[in-house]
Design a protein. Structure first.
Lengths: 100, 469
């Protein structure tokens, strides 16, 4: 039996990797993947808490989080395709018409 | 039976979601767009009327096993969101026709976003809050990128999407940690927690970060100007008012209902954020030449004023914020509507100050209306913006936040400069080439005048709304 802190530690590490990924990567698709990593790290925490407490509310929230992540993926990839058609690139340093 | 009974107190959200489905079906059958617009407007109108009657009826309680509240703060939030949606839908038709993006899906998305906002503004459980917030956000990502051929439009959508999803991650992590600390996602149970360990504070901190992102407070404001400038103008008005209102109402519910016991810990944090937001928002707005972008920075500054009321952390502070949001919704939708008219009137895509030269003398009624909105945004009496500012600052002073109120008043005075500069261009500069703007769509014009009238009415008699709390 693996104890709760291990799950929370793994989840915190994954969340941090995701956050750093969003902050330092310059490719919109990779940034989006990092965001997904953050959301799934949170799901891991929720499931671990839920199992630890023997309470279903956390697992319920995981289902909602999964649906939301799927909806965001659909919309997000559509936006990235549209921007690729305009710029022939998904490098966010080249997407800089709006500033200041 | 319980479900039906609960639904009878939650009609506004049900109505808007059904309206959204109807608009989507209409798109599938290629129905006449005027008809689709009429259905959407009628939907929003019925939601507003039902929300207003709920507000006046004054009952309150919890619905759907404690997931959402009705009455009180939630009812007021629902009312303001529905009202903002109604005006947006009425104004969008003529604007979208002119920019050639008049699709039925736009109305479906606006109505679905409204459903999310209503859920968000009445959530008393963090699960409902998350679902409402995301329903709203996903629709708004699409709406921001509506004009996908224009590079600025799609760039706005990408920025909004990436930063919005990023902030959702923080919010969700905050919810997960609070769940771990309190074994519940219900705000009432979280409020009853006495054992506040590291998990609890980490959860509260991440939740605050997520919320501050959504209400575009400094230092989490970077997305706001880009998104507001790139999105279609009437949609920008919708995002700046209805979306912001619902996020603030949810913020009030979370702070006032779930975390009121920790007010001594979060109030100093919000105080610093409010100070920064007021100063940075107003200072950067001073140097903007694009009027739409200037209004985006001004909306950051206004989020700062609303945060002043939240920092007070009292009932009068929360009520002040609610009134502020109502006033802000009226004047900001109006201001963006006039900008939308100037932008599309004769195909010049006007948006910079220089292009606004002398426009006040064309279509004088609209020039006067824009002046009223800008005076009200600047916080001058006797307009609604003044009454709102007065209430949030008064609540802050009651709690001894003198610095906060002082900075608020000083930055408002500085803000008057950039609002009045627009009017100087409208009336006292002459354009390089003579312009003549075509007549405005009749319904569009009257709606703007109605908004201007309401801005004056609630500035002169704020008690009409204040007595409802």
């Amino acid at each position: 039996m693996i104890s709760l802190p291990w799950f929370l530690g793994l989840s915190a590490v994954l969340f941090t990797i995701g956050t750093i990924g969003v902050l330092i990567r310059r490719n919109a698709v990779v940034m989006f993947m990092s965001v997904e990593l953050m959301l799934n790290a949170v799901n891991l925490s929720l499931v671990a808490f839920s199992a630890h407490f023997g309470d279903v509310h956390g697992q319920m929230l995981v289902f909602f989080a999964l649906c939301v992540a799927a909806a965001e993926a659909a919309v997000g990839l559509a936006i990235i395709i549209a921007i690729f058609r305009n710029n022939l690139s998904v490098d966010i340093t080249k997407i800089n018409l709006l500033r200041w | 039976m319980d479900l039906l009974h609960d639904l009878s107190y939650f009609w506004p959200a049900a109505i808007t979601s059904i309206g959204g489905l109807a608009a989507m079906m209409a798109a599938a059958f290629k129905t006449d767009m005027r008809w689709v617009n009429a259905v959407a407007v009628f939907t929003a109108l019925s939601a507003t009327v039902v929300a207003a009657s709920d507000l006046v009826a004054g009952h309150s309680g919890l619905l759907f096993s404690g997931m959402v509240a009705h009455g009180g703060t939630a009812a007021f939030g629902t009312f303001v969101v529905s009202l903002g949606t109604l005006f947006t839908l009425v104004l969008s038709r003529s604007y979208l026709e002119k920019i050639g993006h008049h699709y039925a899906e736009v109305y479906a998305l606006i109505l679905f976003a409204t459903t999310g906002m209503i859920v968000l503004a009445s959530a008393t459980d963090l699960v409902a809050l998350f679902v409402g917030l995301e329903t709203m956000s996903v629709c708004l990502y699409v709406l921001a990128g509506l004009v996908r051929e224009r590079k600025t439009g799609i760039e706005a959508a990408l920025k909004y999407f990436l930063l919005g999803a990023f902030s959702t991650g923080f919010l969700l992590y905050g919810i997960a940690l609070l769940y771990g600390a309190t074994m519940s996602t219900s705000l009432d149970v979280i409020a009853a927690t006495t054992d506040k360990g590291g998990l609890y504070w980490a959860g509260v901190g991440l939740l605050l970060v997520g919320f501050l992102f959504k209400v575009s407070a400094v230092p989490f404001h970077m997305w706001t100007p880009d998104v507001y400038q790139g999105a279609p103008t009437t949609i920008t008005g919708y995002m700046a008012t209805a979306a912001k209102t619902s996020a603030f109402v949810a913020f009030i519910l979370v702070l006032g209902r779930g975390l009121q016991g920790s007010v001594e810990q979060w109030a100093p944090v919000l105080e610093i954020v409010a100070l920064l937001t007021m100063i940075v928002g107003n200072l950067i707005a001073l140097v903007q030449h694009d009027v739409k972008r200037m209004l985006a920075y001004s909306s950051i500054a206004h989020a700062g004023y609303a945060l002043v009321g939240l920092t007070a952390g009292t009932l009068s502070g929360y009520d002040g914020v609610l009134f502020y949001l109502f006033a802000y919704t009226l004047m900001n939708i109006g201001a963006f509507a006039v900008l939308a008219y100037y932008e599309t009137a004769d195909g010049q895509e006007r948006s910079t100050l220089e292009q606004f030269a002398g426009l006040g003398w064309q279509q004088p009624a609209l020039g006067v209306a824009l002046s009223i909105f800008l005076f009200s945004l600047a916080g001058m009496p006797p307009f609604a913006g003044f009454a709102g500012k007065y209430q949030v600052f008064a609540a802050a002073i009651e709690q001894g936040y003198i610095t906060l109120a002082l900075v608020g008043v000083l930055t408002s005075a500085a803000a008057a400069f950039y609002y009045i500069r627009v009017m100087v261009y409208l009336y006292f500069k002459s354009p390089e080439q003579p312009v003549s703007l075509p007549a405005v769509d009749r319904l569009y014009g009257w709606t703007i005048l109605l908004l201007a009238g309401l801005t004056i009415l609630f500035g002169v008699m704020p008690s009409l709304i204040v007595n409802l709390f």
